[in-house]
Ligand binder design. Structure first.
Ligand SMILES: [Fe+2]
Length: 249
């Protein structure tokens, strides 16, 4: 799910994780409903996956600005430059992980190595206490609610089991994020997380990806299964689900 930041009545417009080629018509129609595409001055790419930025080449043709910048970690730039893009890359790690908009508003990029790519970043906007998190805090669900549904811990667990490498890496990231006053998380997959749910997600995610965690449904020899039986207990809820899938022996 791409996000748009319109700063200072359109003086700067930032598009986060613009999406895939199949998604492009819908994304662009929604962008055009809000702003003219040529007002987009910066595209932030959290990592190189095709569902995140496969449409970049088409997008920059529609934006059609010589001064358009694409911000990403250098580990991501090395890969997306093969998409044949013409815009200037803004390697965030070569700019102190910051980008200042014309209004003086500052976007801070947080390096999240291997969550789930070597160049993964999140973006923190201190003005709105918002974290645009890329795949971190993502979820797999048929529920397309804009804001997290009641079942979100289970949906997040499935996603992190499938795409995140290890509990230790997640814990390190949660420790880094604890320094930020985050009131809203905008993940690339799933739904928007706000208010009390932000704290609950941090509590959950740091233990996802391990078979040892009482909060995770993962088993050491298990494969990904969206319907795996879940028993997730958080400070405010317990979720249980049955499943008919066989667990490999
Ligand atoms: Fe991804």
């Amino acid at each position: 799910m791409p996000y748009l930041l319109i700063d200072s009545r359109g003086e700067d417009v930032v598009l986060f994780d613009p999406g895939s080629i199949p998604d492009f018509p819908v994304v662009m129609r929604k962008v055009i409903d809000v702003i003219p595409p040529e007002t987009i001055s910066l595209v932030v790419v959290s990592h190189q996956d095709p569902d995140v930025c496969g449409n970049l080449a088409v997008l920059e043709d529609v934006i059609d600005r010589d001064d358009l910048k694409i911000a990403a970690h250098l580990n991501t730039v090395r890969l997306i430059e093969h998409l044949g893009l013409r815009s200037e890359f803004y390697a965030v790690d070569q700019h102190d992980y910051r980008y200042t908009l014309k209004s003086g508003r500052e976007l801070e990029f947080i390096y999240l190595p291997f969550l789930h790519s070597p160049g993964a970043i999140a973006t923190f906007d201190a003005k709105t206490n918002t974290l645009v998190s890329g795949d971190l805090f993502g979820a797999i669900s048929d529920d397309e609610s804009l804001f997290v549904p009641e079942s979100f811990p289970r949906n997040m667990d499935s996603f992190h089991q499938a795409y995140m490498p290890a509990n230790s890496v997640l814990r390190h990231a949660m420790e880094r994020l604890s320094k930020y006053d985050i009131k809203r998380i905008l993940p690339q997959h799933g739904s928007i997380i706000e208010d009390d749910d932000v704290q609950e997600c941090r509590y959950l995610v740091k233990d996802f990806g391990t078979s040892q965690s009482p909060k995770s449904t993962r088993q050491r020899d298990s494969r990904y299964c969206p319907d795996r039986p879940a028993l997730i207990t958080t400070p405010s809820r317990t979720l249980q689900q049955s499943c008919s899938c066989a667990t490999p022996s």
